[in-house]
Structure formats: structure tokens, C-alpha cells
Design a protein. Structure first.
Length: 180
């Protein structure tokens, strides 16, 4: 057998092995079901892809909005009206809509979000996250988005009174059961 044919045969065998492995992996992950918990490999690859997708210099951007009571109140109203449907007023992501998204919204109070840079949070809000339920918000002003970053940083310390003050700004629904 010639060198070229050996290489082609080896490549065909490797490709076949990848296809079989991919099929077994999809089967173990319950295919593309939105209610299946992602495998560790899938979660790692998704995180890596999001990290690599950030443009150069984004992580160096710092939130210019101070966490004053007025700024947090304005951001809370905006968050309740536009973000809480998926993320919940407290940021835990446990809403009717959030539970049925894939990937599910992260707990914004948790380390996975709180350890992201201000710039990465701003970029994710402004541009959305491809292949997830996170939409882009290109019409919000930079000041509004930075205020949301300030609020996200505040969520781990949010009080019950602050959450209650957000409720009037939550979207209304035609359904009898609460969305959140």
C-alpha cells in the first residue's frame, strides 16, 4: 500500500472513530434536549468558547457607575422590566422561562458570574450570548448597561426590601399563574 493510501486509510479510521465517539457522547447527553444537564465536557467547551469570543481588551474595562442607592434603584427597575423574566429579581435564574432555556441562565450571584470582569459582563449584556437564550441589548445606553453591571455586583447583598421594590416593574402576563 502506498504512503498516500495509508494516510487516507488512517484519516478515514480516525474520522470514523470521531463520528462513533460523537454519537455515543450525544446519546449520553440525551441528544440536543434542552432539559438535559450538560456533560462536563460540554460545559467546559461552552465556557472556553465564551472566553475565547471576547474581543481583546474587554476584560480591562471597569464599571464607571458607583453603587449609590439611586443608581441601584434605577438599575433594579430596568433589570426587573427587562432581565428578571429569565434571571429573576434576585438573579438566581429560577423562573418558569429560565428553567426551560438551554443553557439555563446562570445564578448571577454565584462565583461563575461574580468572578467575570466588569467588561465581560458589559459585553455579554450588550451583545448577548450566541446559542443561548441571552439576547443582545444594543439599544440600551452604555450608562444603562454599566448600571446593570453595578446591580449584578450588588445581587449577593440584595435585601428582601430591594427585591420587593422591583416587583411593580416586572412584566405582566395574561396567564393566571405567576411567571416568576
Amino acid at each position: 500500500m502506498s504512503r498516500g493510501r495509508r494516510w487516507a486509510a488512517g484519516a478515514a479510521i480516525a474520522l470514523g472513530a470521531l463520528i462513533v465517539a460523537g454519537g455515543l457522547w450525544l446519546r449520553s447527553a440525551r441528544g440536543f434536549s434542552a432539559d438535559a444537564k450538560p456533560t462536563a465536557l460540554e460545559a467546559w467547551l461552552a465556557g472556553l468558547a465564551r472566553h475565547l469570543a471576547l474581543p481583546s481588551g474587554v476584560n480591562q474595562a471597569r464599571d464607571p457607575v458607583p453603587p449609590t442607592a439611586a443608581n441601584l434603584e434605577a438599575a433594579s427597575r430596568h433589570f426587573a422590566a427587562h432581565c428578571a423574566l429569565c434571571h429573576n429579581n434576585n438573579g438566581d435564574g429560577k423562573t418558569m422561562l429560565g428553567r426551560n432555556l438551554y443553557p439555563q441562565p446562570p445564578d448571577l450571584r454565584g462565583a461563575g458570574t461574580q468572578h467575570k470582569s466588569d467588561g465581560a459582563l458589559f459585553y455579554s449584556i450588550r451583545n448577548g450570548i450566541r446559542m443561548s437564550g441571552m439576547p443582545a441589548w444594543p439599544d440600551d445606553s452604555p450608562e444603562e448597561i454599566w448600571a446593570l453591571v453595578t446591580l449584578i455586583r450588588h445581587l449577593p447583598q440584595q435585601t428582601a426590601a430591594e427585591r420587593a421594590a422591583m416587583k411593580p416593574y416586572n412584566p405582566k402576563t395574561i396567564f393566571k399563574e405567576p411567571v416568576m
